[in-house]
Design a protein around this ligand. Structure first.
Ligand code: FUL
Length: 487
């Protein structure tokens, strides 16, 4: 009798849980970050007088007249990016050389002093328009370090930099990213001074007021990228990957001798892996140039489509994003080798991920939250990122068996958490039924927005089992997929 009553009350408790979604675990993404996660792969264009000098860092002394592309074509660049599967473009509107690609009122060192479009051009406008015309998001990178500006290093320069951001935020529509690096200064032209100017990058740019006072107000949907955030963190390298275990949460650790962690720390050791249970949702961006350098150099070649796919697995496939540097040549277009590499990479992405081989499977899970069909395990196969499979609070390591109508051959496993409820899962494994027994075919750690496992060999199976093997709380999983690499 007692057992019966206990059973009934457990059932009742479960049913009650089914009325409410699981409690979020730890830090969760803001709406702007959720949009950013969907972008996955985007590009970062570097094109300034530095291109014409064949350098990586312009000194700030190039004559604006050298900026003379013979056939600039924003659509050519954007369409090549689109063919590569890129969903956004960030334009370096001003690099360290200080040359502004828009007719800014803040400095004479800008595009209106160049022969481009007879001094009437605005490259920020052209790239923004081309991106939007072809369905890509648009963002800007305005370098805080300015090797041209005579006032760099003084408080007055900060006002100039802020006015530049204000112009960029006010005149080019909604931005998906505001990209910043924490450059510390160094030698430069500085209005003819030709000297070395160093600043303390943890205080000089006063990021909390620059971003809090300007970026957040004028562009609330722009994700602020810097070494430690606010919205997106640097992966800690320019190779295009994060650690195999990489958390989207981060508690920035103060640099030696400082009480507070602020942007500008540069090589924060926690960047490639994040912080498990970290205070803020600050996922990583893996920025890597398509070629060797960020600017175009004739003697360099683009990375192969195979390499790009490998980087995709090590960035997007680990819950981060891939930001590919695009370097137009002196014509103002992407070289045909770059166009070809992007196209082949993009075709591989779209062919590989166009069909989830598990989409029509049936699924049986050991537990569904409160027996409520809203949280059904079927949700992970429905292709809808807004639905998810959730378990009761005490079901932290559930299994689900996915059964297909016929055997399928796959070599990529994809799983995604419903990150609105935080990054919950720590480890999982996948088994295939070989007719006699379950064989583990893959396992991985941190999941978050997306986790891809590339199997060493294709596997053919009709029954697959997903096992969540470690999680501090119940799970909320939005997607499970089996794919066959088209290569
Ligand atoms: C770095 C810069 O110093 C490089 O020149 C490049 O712009 C890269 C994307 O960011 O911080």
């Amino acid at each position: 009798m007692h057992k019966f009553i206990l059973g009934l009350s457990l059932l009742a408790a479960t049913a009650v849980q089914g009325q409410t979604p699981p409690k979020p675990f730890g830090a969760v993404p803001a709406p702007r970050q959720l949009e950013w996660h969907k972008t996955e792969v985007y590009g970062l264009i570097h094109f300034t007088p530095t291109t014409f000098e064949n350098k990586e860092w312009g000194y700030g002394d190039a004559d604006p007249k050298t900026f003379n592309p013979t056939a600039f074509d924003a659509e050519q660049i954007v369409l090549a990016a689109k063919a590569g599967g890129l969903k956004g473009i960030v334009l370096v509107s001003k690099h360290h050389d200080g040359f502004a690609l828009w007719p800014t009122k803040t400095t004479d060192y800008n595009i209106s002093k160049s022969p481009f479009r007879d001094g009437k051009g605005d490259m920020v406008r052209e790239v923004a328009d081309a991106a939007r015309k072809h369905g890509l998001k648009f963002g800007v990178y305005c370098s805080p370090w300015d090797r041209n500006n005579a006032l760099y290093g003084s408080p007055e320069y900060l006002q100039i930099y802020r006015a530049q951001l204000t112009e960029l935020y006010s005149n080019y529509g909604e931005l998906f990213m505001s990209w910043h690096d924490g450059a510390m200064g160094g030698d430069g032209y500085y209005g003819g001074a030709n000297e070395k100017r160093s600043i303390d990058n943890t205080v000089y740019y006063d990021w909390s007021n620059t971003w809090g006072g300007i970026t957040r107000k004028l562009q609330p949907s722009a994700n602020i990228f810097s070494d430690v955030g606010w919205d997106v963190r640097w992966a800690g390298n320019e190779d295009g990957s994060v650690d195999p275990t990489s958390w989207a949460t981060l508690t920035p650790v103060p640099p030696v001798g400082k009480n507070e962690a602020v942007p500008g720390q540069a090589n924060a050791t926690e960047n490639p892996g994040g912080t498990r249970g970290g205070k803020f949702w600050i996922p990583a961006e893996c920025d890597v140039p398509l070629r060797k350098g960020w600017f175009y150099h004739e003697n360099e070649k683009p990375k192969s489509p195979e390499k790009l796919f490998e980087l995709y697995l090590k960035s997007v496939g680990r819950g981060a994003a891939l930001d590919l540097g695009l370097a137009p040549d002196t014509r103002g277009q992407l070289h045909e080798d770059d166009v070809a590499a992007l196209k082949t990479f993009g075709e591989r992405l779209s062919k590989t991920f166009s069909e989830n081989l598990a989409a029509k499977a049936s699924i049986r899970a050991v537990n569904v939250r409160g027996y409520n069909s809203i949280y059904s395990a079927k949700n992970i196969l429905d292709g809808n990122p807004e639905t998810y499979w959730a378990t009761d609070d005490d079901f932290k390591t559930p299994d689900a068996v996915i059964e297909l109508t016929k055997p399928v051959t796959f070599d990529i496993i994809s799983i995604q958490e419903y990150i609105q409820l935080g990054q919950r899962i720590e480890e999982f494994a996948v088994d295939a039924w070989d007719g006699q027994e379950w064989k583990e075919i893959g396992k991985a750690t941190s999941v978050g927005a997306k986790r891809l496992i590339k199997l060493p060999e294709p596997v053919t199976a009709q029954k697959v089992r997903l096992r969540i093997t470690k999680s501090p709380v119940s799970i909320a999983l939005s997607s499970f997929g089996l794919y066959k690499d088209s290569q």
